[in-house]
Design a protein around this ligand. Structure first.
Ligand SMILES: NC(=O)c1ccc[n+]([C@@H]2O[C@H](COP(=O)([O-])OP(=O)(O)OC[C@H]3O[C@@H](n4cnc5c(N)ncnc54)[C@H](OP(=O)(O)O)[C@@H]3O)[C@@H](O)[C@H]2O)c1
Length: 259
């Protein structure tokens, strides 16, 4: 057996179908490219059509099969419509990645119910509803991979964790609940935990060079994260290689969390 055949047996996503929310930007976009280049047919879900179309066009240039669905995941109806439209493209997904997220972080004392609701809807409720829609089918078919993107704030309070940290803490618990429910049937659920990654999500912080340098200094590797840093971990969690990994939080943070 050649090394290529061996690696392919472990990690290939040929014949898999993936749905990636927030797959048109930042970490989600890098994960979308990784899954698609590893063989999966990927449906990208987000709101802005130009970014979605550009993501799919770039994948098609690599010879990948991809499609997009424009949807607003901040309402239950939006999530339900998105799920049906996504499943209609290449069929029911084997892999679900929840990367869509919002980062609203006023100081807790000033945090109103509107921010709480908006944060919980996109960061926690949409992943829950998508899991309820796709998880049972994955279990019935005997294979599924659910990957959530959480945050340092799921584990510790820093830089105004507020509702955002609560939503990400809930998401880590959701992964464990999903793992408990469906792992006996071949469906794993895990989270990837970033450190600080320069993406449009944190444009305000990224434009402050002093803070960016200070955050890089908090890692062990000595730099902030890049969206591409998530490619390998995402392919691993989406593949058969990770069959015995479930309910876990996997830190892709350059060592930010370990000191
Ligand atoms: N960057 C970091 O340092 C960092 C750190 C920890 C955790 N994370 C988490 O990683 C994930 C990805 O973040 P990122 O940095 O890659 O952010 P990003 O570049 O801003 O991407 C966010 C994605 O979510 C989509 N989205 C946002 N609201 C949506 C809605 N209501 N409906 C549908 N799609 C929506 C956006 O597309 P549209 O705007 O077009 O809808 C975009 O595709 C998030 O869950 C975030 O909390 C990021």
């Amino acid at each position: 057996m050649t090394s290529q055949t061996y690696l392919s047996e472990l990690f290939s996503l040929d014949d898999r179908v993936a749905v990636v929310t927030g797959g048109s930007s930042g970490i989600g976009r890098a994960i979308t490219e990784a899954l698609a280049r590893a063989g999966a047919r990927v449906v990208v879900v987000a709101r802005r059509e130009a970014e979605l179309a550009a993501t799919v066009a770039a994948l098609e240039e690599h010879g990948c099969r991809a499609a997009w669905v424009s949807a607003d995941l901040s309402t239950r109806d939006g999530v339900r419509t998105a799920a049906e439209e996504a499943a209609a493209v290449f069929g029911e997904p084997d892999i679900l990645v929840n990367s869509a997220g919002v980062n609203l972080r006023p100081p807790l004392g000033e945090l109103g119910e509107d921010v709480w609701d908006a944060t919980m809807a996109v960061n926690l409720e949409a992943p829950f509803l998508l899991g309820q829609r796709f998880g049972p089918g994955m279990a019935e078919r005997g294979f599924g991979r659910i990957i959530h993107i959480t945050s340092q704030q799921a584990h510790r309070a820093l830089v105004q964790s507020g509702a955002y940290g609560v939503s990400k803490g809930g998401l880590e618990s959701l992964a464990r609940s999903q793992a408990e429910a469906w792992s006996p049937y071949g469906v794993t659920s895990n989270t990837l935990v970033p450190g600080f990654v320069m993406t449009p999500l944190n444009a305000r912080l990224s434009s402050d060079p002093e803070k960016v340098t200070a955050l890089a200094a908090r890692t062990l590797i000595g730099r902030n994260g890049l969206a591409e840093d998530f490619a390998g971990a995402a392919v691993f969690l989406a593949s058969t290689a990770s069959a015995y990994v479930t309910g876990q939080s996997i830190f892709v943070d350059g060592g930010f969390s370990v000191h």
